[in-house]
Design a protein around this ligand. Structure first.
Ligand code: NAI
Ligand code: MG
Length: 353
C-alpha cells in the first residue's frame, strides 16, 4: 500500500525546498520495491489568500485528514500579515490535528563540524509543546491610540497539556537510552503558568526512575546551549521557549537550512506534519539558493514516523555524504550550488544506499 502524502509548499522558499524533498522521496520510490508513496499537492498559502480571502478552503482540514502525513513548506509573505498566514493555516492544522508534540532534532551532521571549525558533537532532541502555551489568541488591545494603550496576551498552560508533552519526552528518553531530560522553565518570574509547568514535569519524571530531570531557567538555558551543547540529551519546553531554543540550536548545527521538525499527533488519529523549522525566507526567495537539507531531513523524519526508520537513516546518510564531499552545497554552507543541485545530489546518493 502506498503512503499518501499531502504536500503544502506554501510561500517563499517553501516550494523551492519542498520540491527537493519530494524529489528525494521519488528517488526512493523508484529504487525500492518495498516502498511506495503518492503525493497530492495543495496550493494553499498567501497567493491563495490574495485570490480567495482565506489561506485554505473552508473544508481544508477535511481534505487533509485522511492523508498518512503532511509535508509542509513555509508560509509568510510581505503582502499578507503574519497573523493571517500563521493563524489561518499552520495553527489550525497543528491544533485541529492535535499535533501537540513538535519534535526538533538538534544534531550536527558529519561534515558540518569542519565547516563551522568546531568539532563538538551535538546531538539532542527538543520536544516543544505545540498546542497551547504562549501562542494563544486570548487577549486583546485596550485604549488604542491613547497614551495608556496596552495589549494583553494570555498564556494557557494546562495540566493535561504539560503532562502529555512531558510524558512523550520521557518515553523518548527511555526508548533511546538517554539519561537526562532538561526542562526549560521560568517559574521564578512567571509564577503561575510556569509553576504549574514545573509541578507537572516533576510529577511525570517520578515515573522514570532511571532518567534525571534537569530544570533550567530559560535565560540560563539559552546560555548553556551555547556553552555546553554537548551536555544535552532531551529537552522539553513550552511553545515559545521551544521555538526560540530551537532556532538557537539550529545556529549551532549549521543554521536554519539544517534544522528539520515534525508536528506529531502521537495517537495517530490525525496526520502528522513535517516541515523545516525555517520560514519563507523572503530575503533569498526566488534566487534558487535556499538550502533544501532541512526540508529533505524533515521528509526523513516523516518516513520514520510512517514506520520506515531504515529509509529515514538512508536519507540522513545521503545528506551527510553530500556535505562531507563539499562539492555541492548552498551558500549558507559555504558552497556555490543551487537548491536544485543539492536536492539532485542527495537524491542520487540515496539511490545507492
Ligand atoms: P526565516 O526562517 O524565513 O529566515 C531567517 C533567516 O534564515 C533568513 O536570513 C533566511 O534567509 C535564512 N534561511 C531560512 N531558511 C533558509 C534555508 N533553507 N537556506 C538558507 N537560508 C535560510 O525567518 P524570518 O525571516 O523571521 O521569517 C520570514 C517569514 O517566514 C515570516 O513571514 C514568518 O512569519 C514566516 N515563518 C514561517 C514559519 C512556518 O511556516 N512554519 C516559521 C518561521 C517563520
Ligand atoms: Mg520558529
Amino acid at each position: 500500500k502506498a503512503f499518501k502524502i499531502a504536500v503544502l509548499p506554501g510561500d517563499g522558499i517553501g516550494p523551492e525546498v519542498t520540491k527537493e524533498a519530494v524529489k528525494v522521496l521519488e528517488a526512493i520510490n523508484q529504487q525500492n520495491s518495498t516502498f511506495a508513496i503518492e503525493f497530492k499537492e495543495f496550493e494553499w498559502g498567501s497567493e491563495y489568500y490574495l485570490a480567495n480571502g482565506q489561506m485554505m478552503p473552508d473544508d481544508g482540514l477535511d481534505q487533509l485528514k485522511n492523508f498518512d502525513a503532511i509535508l509542509f513548506g513555509a508560509v509568510g509573505d510581505k503582502r499578507v500579515p503574519d497573523r493571517v498566514t500563521i493563524w489561518e493555516l499552520i495553527m489550525p492544522i497543528r491544533k485541529n490535528f492535535q499535533q501537540y508534540v513538535n519534535m526538533r532534532p538538534i544534531k550536527r551532521l558529519a561534515g558540518i563540524e569542519s565547516l563551522l571549525k568546531n568539532e563538538q558533537a551535538i546531538d539532542f532532541m527538543v520536544f516543544r509543546e505545540n498546542a497551547e502555551g504562549e501562542y494563544s489568541n486570548i487577549g486583546g488591545r485596550l485604549y488604542e491610540q491613547q497614551s495608556q494603550e496596552m495589549a494583553i496576551q494570555n498564556t494557557v498552560i494546562t495540566k493535561q497539556g504539560v503532562e502529555r508533552i512531558a510524558k512523550y519526552a520521557f518515553e523518548y528518553a527511555e526508548k533511546h537510552n538517554k539519561s537526562k531530560v532538561t526542562s526549560a522553565t521560568k517559574s521564578n518570574a512567571i509564577i503561575h503558568s510556569m509553576k504549574l509547568w514545573d509541578e507537572v514535569v516533576e510529577s511525570v519524571a517520578k515515573d522514570y526512575g532511571n532518567i534525571e530531570l534537569e530544570s533550567n531557567f530559560i535565560d540560563a538555558l539559552a546560555a548553556y546551549f551555547v556553552m555546553r551543547p554537548e551536555s544535552f540529551e532531551v529537552v522539553v519546553a513550552s511553545n515559545l521557549f521551544g521555538d526560540i531554543l530551537t532556532d538557537l540550536g539550529a545556529a549551532l548545527v549549521g543554521g536554519m537550512g539544517m534544522s528539520p521538525s515534525g508536528n506529531i499527533n502521537p495517537e495517530k488519529e490525525f496526520p502528522s506534519m513535517f516541515e523545516a523549522i525555517h520560514g519563507s525566507a523572503p530575503d533569498i526567495a526566488g534566487k534558487g539558493i535556499a538550502n533544501p537539507i532541512a526540508q529533505i531531513w524533515s521528509a526523513a523524519l516523516m518516513l520514520e514516523h510512517l514506520g520506515r526508520p531504515d529509509l529515514s537513516v538512508a536519507i540522513v546518510k545521503a545528506i551527510e555524504q553530500v556535505i562531507q564531499e563539499r562539492n555541492v552545497l548552498t551558500p549558507d554552507l559555504g558552497g556555490t550550488s543551487t537548491t536544485q543541485e543539492v536536492g539532485s545530489a542527495i537524491a542520487e546518493k540515496v539511490k545507492h544506499l
